[in-house]
Design a protein around this ligand. Structure first.
Ligand code: HEC
Ligand code: HEC
Length: 151
């Protein structure tokens, strides 16, 4: 009888201890990722907005079909279901009048290779591919070299 009691007490204690250990393990265990050394459950403070320089330089392409960098600020340029500020200058109707580069024909092609009459849905969210010239350090290293034809 006494033996049984001791056994039960022991197993309960063990369960409690191991349960505690497991809950301790649910974090990042000291492993630092791109997110930084922050436990999974914690919402870390957002990074500061990157500064977009006033003077833009002519940054050359590193490969064919590279989306050109945006050489101007884009603060408060809305891209949503209702409005696309970028197209109000870069759309074919407005580009000449605004002195902006027209979006190229590739921006009208959908994923079935059909040429549409208006900008293709897959090119609607400009900032998926085009970025400003903010001084943002690369998050991971890269050994990519400019293709020969552009060297
Ligand atoms: C008020 C008009 C205007 C708006 C709005 C605008 N742009 Fe521009 N953009 C220009 C002009 C003008 C140029 C020509 C280069 C310059 O700034 O001197 C240009 C240049 C560019 C270029 C470089 C093109 C090349 O051939 O190198 C890209 C890319 C670009 N804009 C993307 C965007 C994106 C993306 C948005 C929306 C977030 C946007 N632009 C909103 C006027 C505008
Ligand atoms: C899926 C990626 C992608 C998206 C989304 C995208 N672009 Fe592009 N854009 C490119 C690539 C790649 C190029 C260069 C090759 C080409 O012309 O297709 C380019 C070229 C351009 C150019 C230069 C055209 C020229 O004749 O030199 C302008 C301006 C431009 N994009 C504006 C925009 C605007 C404005 C939007 C949003 C309405 C947009 N892009 C959305 C990938 C994209």
């Amino acid at each position: 009888m006494m033996k049984k009691l001791i056994l039960i007490t022991l197993s309960i204690t063990f369960t409690l201890i191991s349960g505690f250990a497991v809950s301790q393990d649910r974090g990042i265990g000291g492993v630092e990722s791109l997110r930084g050394n922050v436990e999974l459950e914690v919402t870390r403070p957002a990074d500061l907005l990157k500064k977009v320089p006033r003077d833009q330089v002519d940054i050359e392409s590193n490969y064919v079909f590279q989306p050109p960098l945006i050489p101007h600020h884009i603060r408060s340029y809305e891209i949503s279901l209702n409005a696309n500020k970028c197209l109000s200058c870069h759309g074919w109707k407005k580009a000449k009048q605004m002195g902006a580069t027209k979006i190229s024909v590739t921006h009208f092609i959908n994923r079935n290779d059909e040429v549409l009459a208006d900008v293709s849905p897959r090119r609607y969210f400009c900032l998926q591919c085009h970025v400003t010239q903010a001084d943002a350090k690369p998050l991971v290293g890269s050994s990519f070299e400019r293709v020969k034809s552009l060297q």
